[in-house]
Design a protein around this ligand. Sequence first.
Ligand SMILES: [Fe+2]
Length: 383
Amino acid sequence: MIAGRDLIASTGFEFAKEGATRPLVVTDAVVRGTGLLERVADGLRDGGLEPAAVFDDVPQDSGIDVVERCAAAATASGADSFLAVGGGSVMDTAKAANALFTHGGRVRDYEGLYALPREAEGLGRPLPLAPLACLPTTAGTGSEASLAAVVKDHAAGVKVELADFPLFPRLAILDPECTRTLPAAVAAASGMDALTHAIECYVCTESNPHGDAFCLQALAMIRDSLERAVHEPGDEEARGSMLIAASLAVVPSGSGGFFGVAHSIAHACGGRRGVAHGVANAIALPHAIRFNAALPAVAARYRDLAVLLGVETGGAAEAGEALADHVAALVRSLGLPGRLSEVGVSAEDVPALADAAMGDGCTLVNPREPSEQQMADLVRGAL
Ligand SMILES: [Fe+2]
């Protein structure tokens, strides 16, 4: 993980250390239109690497069919590695394609936790994948620092998650140049994803002092940089800080595996209604905070975060409400929608969304276990 200005120019030098010689560049049409790829290609060649080909066909909400085409493109072009230049959808496509490129098979063969091929049956050492480097062009998902990849099975209307150690990128380059042309709405939504990672991880059942350190540092940087990065896109320092904060915020989740019920609801809304991940999190998070704050121990943890964010609270009893109000106000100030009904979700969707959210892995680590009725109330409350 390296962070700083003009590091794109060192892409080849850094990626060569990981054994790459001919990477398939994975990206999307928007990034291709910014001129960033030419600089990345120059950076590769400066280090003695030659791009095998460019796969720029990743949509906003990538699917298993795209992953399979990406893996086939890597094979056909004679690539020996992957370089993802894009946001979460691009990085996750490259990660999942790498699994197919290396091991063959279909995406759903590797669905779930620790499902990649191993040296021995069971939980033996996982076999390595081809080298993967990430240059994130959004600050939020943290996929460049995680072992997870989420892609959609559009036919089934579900998000498919792969999570295993070989999916960790070998190299991530956090250069603010990569987010220079990011639209404000995308900067806001992806920034709220990072904020949701930090807040959910800080109170989840797996929280611990090491993870807390990542959450608190990420949240302090988001506090100081998110609104600047959205409202003043020329602020390179703010954009650079948001890239670092996003990569920090994903680490305490077991590096991308688990968060809490805001993410469960976001995954359900993304899978069934195509709601953008960051937007769904931004809408769901205040409701998740109010629900969890009913537990006094969790409310006390929320008070830590409220203090860090400069939110006035009385005692711990009021901290959850104050933090939830602060997050909801931040969502509005960033220009994002505040209700699921504004993004295509209706009352008829509630039972199916609640059912999907109950079955999501993130619900397992939420500090307060919801009943099905409570989950439905949470989704209905966010409409
Ligand atoms: Fe997320």
